[in-house]
Write a protein that binds this ligand. Sequence first.
Ligand code: HEM
Length: 491
Amino acid sequence: HMVSRKLQIRRSLPPGPKADPLIGHLRKIPPVGQPEVFHEWAKKYGDVMYLEVLGRKIIILDTLEAANDLLDKRSAVYSCRPNFVVFNMMGWDRGLAFIQYGKRFLLHRKLFQNYFGRQESMVFNPISYEESIVMVKNLMDRPKDYDKIIGRYTTCIVVRIAYGYSIKDDNDPLAILVDEVGKLIHNSGSPASTPVDFFPWLARFPSWFPGTYYAEYARKWKSLTHEFINYPFNFTKKQLSEGKAQPSFLSKHLTDLETEEIEDEQDYIEDIKNAAGQIYSAGADTSWGTLTVFLMAMVLHPECQTKAQAQIDAVCGPDRLPTFEDHESLPYIEYIMREVMRWHPIAPMGVPHRSLEDDVYNGMFIPAGSILFANIRSMGWHEHIYKDAPTFDPDRYIPKSQGGREEPYLSPFGFGRRICPGRFLAESTVWMAMAMILATCKIGKAKDVDEVEITPEVDFNIGIVNHLKPFKFTLVPRTAKASALVEEAHR
Ligand code: HEM
């Protein structure tokens, strides 16, 4: 009887490719290019696919409809996370992204939502504007350092917001910590090309794994994570006690403590400390990666750059730089941003959710404990929604009322109760950087020794957040006037 029931359940699981005994689909899942391969499979097996890897039940959602139906409309069931063993061992266990559904999750979620709501996030606009000027100034001076400069832009913003801390230069102790931790997070999914690195998110030690690679790795890095979370925390605490603290997420919550009744104050301080740490660990690399994709798009599509610059010139004229006030008047910049995020989302399969109860969807059985990935990358490839999907084409978002196709904005920020709480801040930082770069810089193809233009390859380092490998291009001030405006604003 048990066997027949098991068989019945198995039969009604979502379809998927045939699995190997014990290891399941492990050998079928490629180490890179997973979103692409899953999308191909989905054409054969359907929008909701079932895979099994080393005993873990995995569901891949290929359409926005399926992701919304489950992760959003049934969010009471689908808002937990898998146990991220490696990250927890490294000391990230109180960061919202990794917290399991429950009381602590609700607390952290509230902390983020109250501080980073749509309205609330507008308070950060002046920070993004200021930092974008520093960024273009540095880009003009040292274009070859573009990757570092853009990374510094996004880091400076989140660190100011989280701690009221201003990073001065590359030797700033916090800048160094951020670089170190970036490397750490990037390497934690894939120790080497072993079969475990099938998903950077789910890496863990299977019992047969040689040695104790992760355990050692995690131990080694735990103190660094600790330092990363504690160093700026202690800075702000000290500033507060000296009456010098700049407004920030942390200073607000530490100050509120003086008037609020909190049951376990020590524990609560741990929570706000880790939430502040999460602002910069979740907020910097993501926006950074997105902006390097933007640069790539501009190198490959000079026609889009020209169009954007014509719009900026028409709206801002020659005598001033773009500001957030221009957002409505510069729709083409908004379309470029949407298209960058659809073209190459830097978290192409988002962050996995875990289901808490058995469920049935369109006749398919989804067992409790399933790990669900929404293939955001492939959602941008559905030709019936995105015409010529592989092509970078910001015009696809032009409204119907203006003769356009009005294709929908494919939000890269995830779903349901886990949707990225920093999305409004992310959009404004990314938009500001794009507008400022387009207004003041000219991006082009680099030339090789024979004066032949180099067309860079779109090639990513794969991690939790994908990052374009360094590529060659040119960046110069658009005009002497643009350069002078930046110099002046920078002073
Ligand atoms: C372009 C930039 C960004 C992208 C593409 C991005 C994308 C995402 C995605 C896909 C998720 C997972 C959502 C899900 O599980 O369904 C997420 C979660 C999260 N993001 Fe972002 N994000 C960005 C910027 C930011 C910023 C600036 C912050 C800082 C406030 C932030 C804070 C977080 C946090 C705390 C979570 C975890 C939420 C949870 O587990 O409940 N993100 N983000």
